[in-house]
Design a protein around this ligand. Sequence first.
Ligand code: SAH
Ligand code: DHB
Ligand code: MG
Length: 222
Amino acid sequence: MNHMIWQDVDEFIGMNLLKRDHGMERVLAANHAAALPAIDVSAPQGKFLNLMVRLSGARLVLEIGTLGGYSTIWMARALPRGGRLISLEYDAMHATVARENIAAAGLADTVEVRVGRAIDSLAQLQGEGLYPFDFIFIDADKPSNAAYLDWALRLSRPGTVVIVDNVIRNGAITDPLSGDRSVRGSRDAFEILGSNPRFSATALQTVGSKGYDGFAMAIVEG
Ligand code: SAH
Ligand code: DHB
Ligand code: MG
């Protein structure tokens, strides 16, 4: 098993199940042109998020970590009429690219990108009473994952779905002595998801064009 076959299989999945998607391809091209890091979810993962939003019947979605809006657009496309997505991004340049991509996808009225440290934007959402969210995708600075899960509980309701990206990290997640701050952040996320009774959680390992990684996912209990 190697990265090449994972990549081929992602292409096979794309060809058979996702079809050609010029809209999503344009987003990736715009991100590349703006020199954004190519760390968006893969196309099959984007479609997975899209299906999860639909399966959960979500109308109000929160994303932490917008980048160029690739995952944002996959999720926003799944919303019913009147649905809304708030995406939080620290980097103003990323947010500008994302807003352009979102507008080009016809989703400017559905998606709001808020610039700033997510931790500050989350407190603002609470202050505005802009919650509970039905679905929360956490994909920003990994050392803050524990803090984001705490906020997810504050801004959720029983039944809210929470997904955390990049929690496997080539298997490094099992190393209790890891010096990698992102690994430590994801280990903290596992600790909270496993010990707080308000979460019922699992995690799935994934391979594909992005290598070996995975998602943690949880439902908020009553
Ligand atoms: N969800 C995107 C990828 C996000 S990459 C996709 O799959 O398409 C992670 C993003 O989180 C980057 O754009 C980075 O600038 C942003 N980020 C990093 N630290 C942050 C913080 N403290 N608050 C908000 N966003 C942050
Ligand atoms: C990184 C971040 C991500 O959100 C991702 O999906 C892959 C890699 C990173 O910071 O390296
Ligand atoms: Mg990610």
